[in-house]
Write a protein of this length. Structure first.
Length: 172
């Protein structure tokens, strides 16, 4: 069944206690999903994104940051600097782009552990960290291109706290 919430038309493809899969029709829907998720975050939250090149990770994060800092200005990708920080009303946001990360240990030099404790951490190419580097309570977002170059399949996977938050957003 296709549902609509906060300007997002989405089809929940599957839902079990740990995964919600949503098909989004275009980039605008991806932006609306990012904006919707901002209402569920707080300092100390970690959102780890993965997906192929061009799957929409950067677009999602830019929309997420724009919503939190309340701007329509361009949000640069930290592909070469690895991390970009922003301030918003609820605290600090750290946007990490790990595409060029050579080995997981190098992420420590970027202030990753401090960001996990003191900011909202958004991580592109989180799979470059390996499985042991992300805290258990992170939200994993996997994006993939479907049907045409505009539609995306988004899988949201998280711990109990994230499942609770996601159910409040999508199922109430």
């Amino acid at each position: 069944m296709i549902k609509s919430r906060n300007k997002i038309s989405y089809l929940i493809k599957s839902k079990n206690p740990t995964i919600i899969t949503i098909d989004l029709i275009n980039e605008v829907a991806t932006h609306h999903l990012a904006k919707l998720l901002t209402s569920a975050v707080t300092v100390g939250d970690i959102i780890a994104l993965k997906g192929d090149l061009g799957s929409g990770k950067t677009s999602f994060i830019r929309a997420f940051i724009r919503a939190l800092i309340k701007t329509n200005e361009y949000i640069p990708s930290p592909t070469f600097t690895f991390v970009q920080s922003y301030e918003c009303t609820i605290g600090k946001i750290c946007h990490f782009d790990l595409y060029r990360l050579k080995k997981p240990q190098d992420a420590l030099e970027l202030g990753l552990e401090e960001a996990f404790a003191n900011s909202i951490s958004l991580i592109e190419w989180s799979d470059r960290l390996g499985s042991n580097w992300l805290p258990v309570n992170h939200l994993a977002i996997s994006l993939s291109i479907i049907d045409n170059q505009k539609a995306r399949r988004v899988s949201l996977t998280g711990s109990e706290i994230w499942i609770y938050r996601l159910e409040k957003l999508f199922c109430d």
